[in-house]
Design a protein. Structure first.
Length: 726
């Protein structure tokens, strides 16, 4: 690896590193907390550039820890860029002692779907190269080692019994060794007292379990080494104990924590298992003393395992884990809601309001998902009301029959207080404390149990944050009022946090979401189950569409004229079948054309509400019902403005399907706007190129446009196909 160069950027809160020709930039997310304090959003911008978005923590110790660990991991991340040459994508990296749940990258976890990679200690110390060398150069033969069970460490860990320091596993170990009838077999003690108040430190000192610090290079003197969790797994502790060649007694993790290589640990082969309460510890030590040859074999096998986990090999394996984490988005958790609570009689002065999120979506009861969710105001759904008085606020679900039921929102799983084993399952009314914002009298934040209601970027509304940011602020709109105009300050703080609204990670699509939608995925939180699907269309499954995708394997496809999405989904299905990261940009106003407005049978399809068509939402529901939102992105603009927008962003298109207006001027306009954006060698497919006399102006426009350019093309079954010359 080359030397790393770091420099502060001119912008406050950013830092840039260059390692092996890969640029790593750090940005600060100041508007809200993303995940916990140690969560980092990792966005790969190109094969030579990444951005890490970290929380702007008020705790300087946490800030420093995140930055130090992130810097330590850059050699691994640079190797990922070198091997995988990634495009735009996003993953969540947990840099705390514990992380990796729900598809996130982390160092230690109890989650079965964790994406675990070598920790920052292993990476920064190059696989503990110094310890390997020291043990090799000063190796002590088995027969010369002391038959003692040895452990040193700090007082990290969490009480297994509430507010009982002596139930911390490490303190339990020290007290058990001290009181054991075989105490002479132990050399166990705390070498440091941390994470405690002065009063607690005095309590620990009174237990007579504090001993001198012993460097890890000295552990090799003992035949038996005990490994036990602290806040999580012991990280370097277990690895270096295995390297020593001593027989390792590993105390089970009460929470089931594990690291990246734990699946290679085999009980009684390369370590000795001990119950979490250590009730069998004496017995296991006696067994080892009585079976010296077996103990030596276990120690040698543990050493062989640790030596096989070399720095270069584990770094390359980690690249595959990282690649898998980018391939699947973090799984959202929690946010469950119950909409069957009792009705409440409110005083006359209590008014009902709709809740608008900071990005002008409306909060509604998503009965299918069992959550509070967000939906565009235009959808006309108003089944959740906030009843607000000067003293309290309560969320109520308004059923289609007009009956009201109090809504109960569960906190996120990691925020829930322990519940009794048996409890009444009938939800009681849930009341919120209203926090008024001095600089924005029309908005409120809603708090219960120390947590604020939050409009999550994945479309849910959860009870999950302990501080107020843009995501925790809601505007109030009287229940019977028309949709509110955008707030003057409406733009929420943009920045990295917006990226996480991408629900299905497709690198090419994610880049277009960032480019065209400022990171806000239009499918995020869309209530597809509220709309009937109907993918009616004309000639939507034409063979040219699938054949062009198979030939070009395009990264970017644009369809102009979408209707309900039939041909859009044909193109997207072909991309998905190839395992492609390509995306179809679906360009339409979804307002219909003159043909639709002039013919009653077609005008009905526009789903006009209060004078405005709503059938865009039918298109969205069709796409989601087909499971193709990972390969489709709507762009609700007219053809010319959409072309100008993509041209401004320097977009090069592989495949274009023109199926918009049917009059000569419209078709010529589409061809003149989009042909320059098609890359050389790309394909343009035109719809309604009929030889039976239907849509004659469409055929005339294609003949004239390409005839003037001397470009020939083929046609079949009312579509034509043109290849752009190289």
């Amino acid at each position: 690896m080359s030397d790393m160069q770091g420099r502060e950027s001119e912008e406050i809160g950013q830092k840039k590193y260059i390692l092996d020709d890969v640029i790593f930039e750090i940005e600060i997310e100041s508007s809200r907390l993303i995940g916990d304090a140690f969560s980092v959003r990792w966005v790969t911008i190109s094969d030579a550039r990444s951005t890490f978005i970290i929380n702007n923590n008020i705790n300087p110790v946490v800030n420093e820890s995140v930055r130090v660990r992130l810097a330590a991991m850059l050699p691994m991340f640079a190797l990922y860029h070198k091997i995988k040459r990634p495009r735009v994508s996003i993953a969540v990296l947990e840099l705390g002692d514990l992380g990796g749940a729900g598809g996130c990258l982390g160092f230690c976890s109890s989650s079965p779907d964790a994406c675990l990679i070598p920790d920052s200690d292993f990476v920064s110390l190059r696989g503990y190269a110094d310890t390997r060398r020291a043990y090799q150069e000063n190796f002590i033969p088995w027969h010369a080692r002391e038959s003692i069970a040895f452990w040193r460490g700090s007082s990290t860990g969490w009480p297994l019994k509430k507010e009982n320091l002596r139930s911390i596993q490490r303190i339990m170990l020290c007290e058990m060794a001290l009181s054991s009838p075989h105490s002479h077999f132990y050399d166990v003690g705390l070498s440091g007292i941390v994470q405690m108040t002065d009063e607690q430190k005095e309590q620990i000192l009174g237990l007579n379990i504090v001993k001198n610090f012993v460097d890890s290079k000295e552990w090799i003197k003992y035949k038996y080494l005990i490994d036990i969790d602290g806040n999580t797994n012991s990280w370097a502790g277990l690895f270096q104990r295995l390297l020593s060649g001593s027989a390792v007694l590993k105390v089970a993790s009460p929470q089931g924590y594990r690291q990246w290589y734990y699946d290679r640990l085999v009980p009684w082969e390369n370590f000795v298992p001990v119950e979490a309460d250590m009730s069998d510890l004496d017995e296991k030590i006696l067994w080892l003393r009585e079976h010296d040859e077996a103990a030596e074999r276990i120690g040698a096998a543990g050493r062989e395992l640790a030596l096989s986990l070399d720095y270069e090999g584990e770094m390359k394996k980690a690249v595959e884990v990282i690649d898998a984490a980018f391939a699947r988005p973090p799984r959202p958790s929690g946010g469950a809601a119950n909409f069957h609570g009792p009705d409440i009689s409110f005083p006359e002065n209590v008014r009902p309001y709709r809740l608008l999120t900071h990005h002008e979506a409306i909060v509604f009861a998503n009965l299918a998902a069992g959550t509070l969710s967000q939906v565009p105001q235009e959808a006309g759904i108003a089944n959740i009301a906030l009843f607000l008085s000067p003293e309290f606020a309560c969320l109520m679900y308004i059923a289609p029959d007009g009956n009201r039921h109090s809504a109960v929102i569960e906190p996120e799983p990691d925020q829930r207080a322990p519940q009794p084993a048996e409890q009444d399952t009938t939800p009681a009314p849930q009341y919120f404390e209203v926090v008024r914002l001095p600089d924005d009298p029309g908005s409120v934040a809603l708090r219960r149990g120390g947590l604020f209601l939050c409009a999550e970027p994945d479309g849910r509304v959860t009870l999950s944050r302990d501080k107020i940011g843009a995501w925790e602020v809601f505007r109030l709109l009287e229940l019977d009022a028309p949709p509110a105009p955008p707030a003057h300050s409406a733009a929420p703080p943009l920045g990295a946090g917006i990226i996480e609204q991408q629900m299905v990670v497709n690198p090419t699509r994610l880049q277009m979401v960032r480019t065209l939608w400022q990171g806000r995925d239009p499918f995020a939180g869309f209530p597809a189950t509220l709309y009937q699907t109907d993918s009616q269309g004309w000639n939507s499954g034409h063979r040219y569409l699938g054949e062009a995708v198979a030939e070009l394997k395009p990264a970017l496809v644009v369809e102009i004229g979408v209707w309900k999405g039939g041909s859009t989904m044909t193109l997207a299905s072909a991309l998905k079948a190839l395992g492609s990261d390509g995306v179809v940009i679906a360009v339409d106003t979804w307002l219909g054309s003159s043909e639709h407005w002039s013919q009653p049978e077609w005008k009905a399809h526009l789903a006009i509400v209060h004078g405005y068509p709503q059938f865009f939402y039918k298109f969205m529901a069709n796409v989601m019902a087909a499971g193709l939102q990972s390969h489709i992105l709507p762009l609700p603009l007219d053809s010319l403005n959409a072309a100008r927008l993509l041209m401004l962003h320097g977009t090069s298109i592989d495949l274009i399907h023109v199926d918009a207006g049917h009059d000569y001027r419209s078709v010529i306009g589409d061809l003149e706007a989009w042909w320059p954006l098609l890359r050389p060698g790309g394909i343009l497919i035109g719809d309604d190129y009929n030889r039976d006399g239907a849509w004659p102006e469409v055929r005339q426009a294609f003949d004239d446009f390409f005839g003037r350019r001397g470009i020939g093309f083929v046609d079949a079954e009312a579509k034509c196909l043109i290849r752009k010359p190289l």
